[in-house]
Design a protein around this ligand. Structure first.
Ligand SMILES: [Fe+2]
Length: 414
């Protein structure tokens, strides 16, 4: 009897162990094109050094799994609890976020040794533990940081006058598609995650919501379309802008999306000519809302986006495709819902009805950020493929531009 139980636990654990090792490897592979200096720099308070991401994702497994679950676990270095805690008040004090770039020691080699120490300690724990939900959370947490590694190093490289590439950017296979409009009835619908598969706490509970009839654009707004907004005085005419957005335009001298250079665009492949048919990317919520107003449309609400996405395949231009930049649309029907760019919605990031934070420090993961941010949907070209879901709620402050954020238009049907 005990043998049977052991075998069933091991069989169940095997896919999770494989997945754990693959996710850990993928994070390290993302750092490989970077020099040690690249991995140490911090370009702004919101962006973290690559080395910090490598360490912090490891800290997560050490703090929430190894220390509580393995009585004989020996921490790699007790000072790392302070250095690599991101925002968990319940865990204890931490190094200030804007000063992560000053942590030249430990060096990258020591951080990689820390990763090996924790990965090796996790292997037997994964085989024995029934804390699979927490292990899954640790993996999805690490995948979030994989995207952050690319977002953050892109920002750092963009500020270096050499404008050098993270890695060569392949040419996309797609060349663009005309825009069309898809109608949705709405009504009393359900949204949010349900069931046994993994989701973050903020994706549930599943609940009912009333949605009036609406239409959704078949594809994302392109650079060519956004250029027309700029040419029409988009950044000079306050009538298109929310008040706080217009303040940003003036105070920060915004006159184009982040990473635009005259006719060029800086990508993780370096500086190259901009293509009219590629999706506009690295715009703030304020810019997305201003563009929509100029176009006589609006941004989708997250419930609209989610019910429209209910039948789309969980596939698109994602991290594993290696473009690391949104690609032009292709084909007919609802396109680019998954991958390419995170789509700004008109919905504030707030709790769903019935939401309860989990007990303990892990309850700080999502819930405490539910103010002053907007929801984005659908993943981007830097999002790992098995990390995205149609119920996934990403969130950023409305003035943030360094994530791969773009625009899909919606309109009311009446
Ligand atoms: Fe984190």
């Amino acid at each position: 009897m005990s043998k049977l139980i052991t075998r069933s636990v091991q069989t169940h654990a095997l896919p999770l162990l494989d997945r754990f090792l693959a996710v850990r490897r993928q994070t390290e592979a993302l750092a490989e094109p970077l020099s040690l200096e690249d991995q140490t720099v911090q370009s702004m308070p919101d962006a973290s050094p690559t080395k910090w991401h490598l360490a912090h994702t490891t800290w997560f497994f050490e703090t929430f799994l190894l220390k509580p679950q393995l009585s004989d676990y020996r921490p790699f270095d007790p000072s790392y609890e302070y250095l690599f805690n991101s925002y968990y008040e319940a865990v204890g004090p931490r190094h200030p976020r804007p000063q992560r770039g000053i942590i030249t020691r430990p060096g990258v080699d020591e951080v990689l040794a820390y990763r090996r120490h924790v990965t090796e300690a996790m292997v037997p724990l994964i085989a024995q533990s029934n804390a699979t939900d927490l292990i899954e959370l640790g993996l999805h947490h690490e995948q979030q940081h994989q995207e952050l590694i690319l977002m953050d190093i892109k920002h750092a490289l963009s500020l270096n006058p050499l404008l050098s590439a993270y890695a060569p950017e392949p040419m996309p296979a797609t060349t663009g598609a005309p825009i069309s409009w898809l109608d949705f009835e709405g009504g009393l619908v359900e949204m949010g995650h349900a069931g046994e598969s993994f989701a973050f706490d903020n994706e549930g509970p599943r609940h009912r919501i009333w949605v009036d009839p609406f239409a959704l654009a078949s594809r994302l707004v392109t650079c060519g379309e956004y250029e027309a907004f700029i040419a029409d005085g988009g950044y000079r005419r306050p009538g298109f802008w929310l008040s706080a957005g217009w303040d940003c335009v003036q105070q920060r001298d915004w006159d184009a999306p982040l990473y635009w250079h005259e006719d060029g665009i800086f990508t993780l492949g370096g500086l190259r000519p901009r293509r009219a048919e590629e999706p506009v990317c690295h715009v703030s919520f304020y810019e997305a809302a201003a563009y929509a107003k100029w176009a006589g449309k609006r941004l989708p609400r997250e419930a609209e986006w989610e019910i429209a996405a209910a039948d789309v395949a969980l596939d698109g231009n994602l991290l594993e495709d290696g473009l690391r930049h949104p690609a032009p649309a292709d084909g007919e029907g609802l396109a680019q819902m998954i991958g390419d760019v995170w789509e700004w919605t008109a919905s504030p990031y707030v709790a769903y009805p019935g939401f309860r934070e989990p007990a303990g420090a892990i309850g700080e993961y999502n819930g405490k950020f539910m103010a002053n941010q907007m929801v984005l949907r659908g993943g981007c070209a830097a999002t790992p493929r098995d990390h995205i879901r149609t119920t996934y709620r990403n969130f950023f402050p409305p003035d943030a531009r360094w994530m791969f954020g773009g625009i899909r238009l919606a309109e009311d049907l009446r």
